[in-house]
Design a protein around this ligand. Structure first.
Ligand SMILES: Cc1cc2nc3c(=O)[nH]c(=O)nc-3n(C[C@H](O)[C@H](O)[C@H](O)COP(=O)(O)OP(=O)(O)OC[C@H]3O[C@@H](n4cnc5c(N)ncnc54)[C@H](O)[C@@H]3O)c2cc1C
Length: 275
């Protein structure tokens, strides 16, 4: 046994102050990753700072795009999701599904019902598991990660496997992004864990920028695929993906599948995302 002090924060500022004061404190969100890690003695934080009572960190807001002249593309609404919003809340949001159905679909396929009802978007993005789904979505959507201290572009936030731009005392408060004109997500889940063995998020913004982000496959976590982006910028179709060489260099090989298998999965998942 080891001792852990438990705190219930009432605001994000309160949580940040408790975190700064602790020796080796950790934020507790849904606990789906942190609690098993503590049970296995892979983490032994001096303090747990629970965000579950911080209602300001929960919920989804959608700000409509200003109508300027004739709008040629769908999308453009600004979507903000509070850090403590659970995967099942994202999956089931009746307004969000109208403007960005792919994010609801993605959230609805995370793990199992227990994980979806407890796990949060803030916890997932803070953890940055190399096989998690949200990092691919946020990178492809050009999202912003909001913390108690600053705003971080997704492109600067994801720093490799389980590594992020967050400092030790920083708390994610929300993520925001513009609804894409068109987007899709293809995921090949590990049959045991439901984490992605390869997941590809494709997005075209209202301005026409194309981003393709890959999770589950890279040996340094989530990344953008330049070759797929170039092909889809020229021609947004499954046929254009066929001509792209997806190299196995830099991809993970583990007991679930080798790098060549994952390279093939990336291509197949990109086509599924487009479909
Ligand atoms: C069986 C199983 C299957 C899963 N399958 C999938 C899957 O298919 N796809 C997928 O993407 N994920 C999957 N997950 C992970 C799941 O999405 C978790 O919800 C997520 O990893 C962590 O979220 P949490 O809210 O539970 O965070 P916690 O476990 O509470 O915290 C995780 C880490 O993030 C930190 N943290 C939490 N919130 C914040 C914050 N607001 N600011 C700063 N730091 C914070 C914590 O200190 C901790 O270090 C699975 C998990 C399990 C157990």
């Amino acid at each position: 046994m080891y001792e852990t002090n438990f705190h219930k924060a009432s605001t994000a500022q309160d949580a940040a102050a408790l975190l700064a004061k602790s020796d080796d404190g950790k934020i507790l969100a849904g606990g789906q990753t942190l609690i098993p890690t503590m049970k296995q003695r892979l983490a032994a934080p001096s303090d747990l700072i629970d965000l579950s009572q911080v209602s300001a960190l929960r919920g989804i807001t959608i700000t409509k795009r200003k109508k300027m002249g004739i709008m040629k593309a769908e999308g453009g609404e600004t979507i903000t999701i509070g850090a403590m919003t659970t995967h099942s809340e994202v999956a089931g949001d009746a307004e969000l599904v109208k403007v960005c159905p792919v994010i609801c679909q993605l959230a609805g396929n995370i793990g199992d019902p227990a994980v979806r009802h407890r796990g949060t978007i803030g916890g997932s993005v803070a953890n940055n598991d190399p096989a998690a789904d949200y990092p691919a979505a946020l990178l492809a959507l050009g999202a912003t990660i909001h913390t108690n201290a600053r705003e971080i572009a997704a492109a600067d936030y994801f720093k490799g496997m389980f590594a992020t731009a967050l400092t030790d005392d920083e708390i994610i408060t929300a993520v925001s992004f513009q609804a894409p004109a068109v987007a899709g997500y293809g995921k090949f889940p590990n049959p045991a864990s439901r984490y992605a063995m390869a997941g590809v998020f494709v997005a075209k913004s209202v301005e026409g920028d194309v981003r393709v982000a890959v999770t589950g496959a890279g040996d340094n976590g989530v990344y953008r695929h330049a070759g797929l982006e170039a092909a889809l910028s020229a021609d947004w179709s499954a046929a254009s993906v066929e001509a792209v060489e997806v190299s196995a260099d830099g991809l993970m090989s583990d007991l679930h599948g080798n790098a060549a298998y994952r390279a093939n999965l990336i291509k197949v998942m990109t086509k599924r995302a487009l479909a």
